[in-house]
Design a protein around this ligand. Structure first.
Ligand code: HEM
Length: 116
């Protein structure tokens, strides 16, 4: 059971890596929203929900999990709105504030997970 939970944590970290890695590549490049970011968020979300269920012998901090969930939903909304806006924009990029908030909030969620 513990090993299985560790595997789900690994998948969760993989989702974070895909989301944040996809964002860093864009931060150093065209600053658009790409598919890796959507996939990474979906992977982190599914694995995060699995980890939020009481199993194994982890003691869960539901305050922390709730805040992470709210931040995840905000990131998801920003990805959706940003992707829509970039499709309609002349230069093919989303509003800069949306782009930077996605990276900042992703890092904030990782910080909450690790430091809190
Ligand atoms: C973009 C969104 C997210 C990011 C970047 C993220 C990041 C992380 C990271 C880096 C860890 C590892 C912390 C550690 O092992 O010390 C972690 C653990 C965890 N995350 Fe997330 N997370 C996200 C979303 C979520 C969501 C939505 C949930 C639940 C609904 C969640 C639930 C958890 C739980 C329960 C753990 C602890 C696993 C354990 O027992 O060690 N996460 N998260």
């Amino acid at each position: 059971m513990e090993t299985l939970r560790d595997v789900v944590v690994l998948v969760h970290l993989g989702g974070f890596a895909v989301l944040f890695g996809g964002w860093v590549v864009e931060a150093l490049g065209k600053r658009t929203i790409n598919r890796a970011m959507h996939w990474g968020l979906a992977i982190a979300a599914v694995a995060g929900f699995a980890l939020a269920a009481p199993w194994g012998d982890a003691d869960l901090n539901y305050m922390k999990i709730g805040i992470k969930l709210v931040i995840l939903l905000v990131i998801g909304a920003l990805l959706g709105i940003g992707a829509g806006r970039q499709r309609k924009s002349a230069d093919g990029t989303p509003p800069a504030v949306i782009f930077w908030l996605i990276g900042l909030l992703t890092l904030a969620n990782a910080a909450i997970a690790v430091i809190w």
